[in-house]
Write a protein of this length. Structure first.
Length: 132
């Protein structure tokens, strides 16, 4: 029951957002569609995972849209950012996903808050997903 409730709400949300991503002619036919860009601020991404590899293969994930704000690689040692990205790849089918590694671990302190602020000031996205 809870799963169907979630997906029903998700469909209503996607419908309410469609006018931002679609251009229709006067008769209502789709003439242009652009992807929504979702930024995930989390622990990074593990590019070796199957669903993640698929996102890179179909162009919904791109190396130039994955960046580490904590120094070093965007690789996810924790797994949370990878799982979040995989979920969005499966439910937000028209989205382009940007991954910002803003956490090196599980702590949220002053530096992590600065990382979040820097991402918000530096990146262009339609939706922001943060799990903190």
């Amino acid at each position: 029951m809870k799963t169907s409730f979630f997906f029903d709400k998700l469909e209503k949300f996607k419908f309410s957002f469609a006018h931002h991503t679609q251009e229709l002619d006067r008769s209502g036919r789709l003439i242009k569609k652009q992807r929504v860009r979702i930024a995930i601020l989390d622990t990074g991404i593990d590019k070796r995972k199957g669903g993640i590899r698929g996102g890179f293969f179909n162009g919904r994930l791109r190396d130039d849209l994955c960046y580490s704000w904590v120094g070093g690689s965007v690789h996810d040692e924790n797994g949370h950012g990878t799982n979040t990205t995989n979920l969005l790849l499966n439910v937000a089918l028209d989205a382009e996903i940007c991954v910002a590694k803003v956490f090196a671990g599980n702590d949220f302190g002053t530096q992590e808050a600065r990382n979040v602020a820097d991402v918000c000031a530096s990146c262009i996205f339609n939706l922001l997903q943060c799990h903190f």
